[in-house]
Write a protein that binds this ligand. Sequence first.
Ligand code: NAD
Ligand code: DAU
Length: 359
Amino acid sequence: MKRVIVTGAAGFIGSAFVRRLLEQRPEVEVWSLDVLTGVAGHLGNLEGVGGPRHHLVRGDVCDAALVQRLLAESDADTIVHLAAETHVDRSIDGPGAFVRTNVLGTWTLLEAARLRWLRPGHDPGGCRFHQVSTDEVFGDRWAAGRGVEGDPADEDTALAPRSPYAASKAAADHLVRSYQHTWGLPVSLSYGCNNLGPRQHPEKLVPMVILRGLAGLPIPLYGDGAQVRRWLHVDDHCDAILLALEAGRPGRAWAVGPDRGTSNLELVGRICALLDQRRPAGAPHARLVTHVADRPGHDRLYHTAADRIRDELGWRPRLDLEPALAATVDWYLDNPAWLSRVTARASWRSWTERWYGGR
Ligand code: NAD
Ligand code: DAU
């Protein structure tokens, strides 16, 4: 891995991954490709990332000419594909953009990689297309299993997505695997669970609770709040991707996550308790939690077993949930400028208007 294209590099996980790559792999040159949607993806997320080993390319992963040119000019040997529409609620609101970016965008990149890396006379041995997928593609493990302990999915479990977002990611994953099976493109995949950490857009649960908790606004909890997710600090996820690239063989997939799941009710309670400690004037923040109508088709339980990445690659999360949550809360408290820049955008104001009735 010497020349790496990271798609979706101006998003939450992409920007963390680019930082880690540049800091920890001094020999690697990085091309950050992002269309900068202005919602989750914006230049503020890459602030402070620079130097001669980093190149920012503003562009759409669905733009075949641009992607092919970038691959040729960079001579990249690795693509880490994170660019996506990522918010489940938005996929229910308008699935079209998810099909376009997540399915067509992935196909466009795969085609470019096939044309470049599998060209006659070129050895694709050192190349890798890594698809950053999600535990959501395996669908609701509650329905599949035995209540909250569920029936954990692993990397060989058949995909059974149930939201437009998850379906678009699953379609992309199928394409990725098909390029390996049909043409021998060197691919790998990781199925990540819910991430938390710096620079996540406040449309997502964790920063939403922090933002609205600090402002003394109602914190909407969908349905009964008994849905269970597995939560992982974004840096631990990035380390897993790095390991998969460097130590994992092509053609392999890895589920990435901690052992234990946490209900939304418990998670929100823990964030509120951290806010109470840090901003006692607003305590108890849990009084703001308001049960609202459930997300349509809301999956109750995601549960993937991460045994393979532990046994094969020796990966383990460095941060348990409590320190990960504390570090995340502190990052948002320490970075009010980042938060106010995001919330000043027209895209955020219209989402707030639509989603929270302007409050
Ligand atoms: P994000 O929404 O914060 O970032 C996505 C990035 O993709 C943004 O910078 C956006 O501008 C960019 N993008 C969108 N459409 C594009 C296009 N057409 N061309 C180029 N760039 C485009 O998302 P995230 O949470 O950082 O997730 C990144 C990836 O990781 C996604 O593929 C997601 O499915 C996957 N994932 C996320 C989580 C999670 O908990 N956040 C967990 C597992 C997997
Ligand atoms: O599991 C991995 C996935 O995690 C990623 O693939 C997605 O890109 C990422 O967005 C995330 O999806 P979720 O739907 O799990 O994340 P979100 O933060 O939107 O919601 C987390 C849980 O909290 C979910 O059960 C819905 C609930 N929720 C969310 C919001 C925004 C609420 O109860 N209230 C809310 O206002």
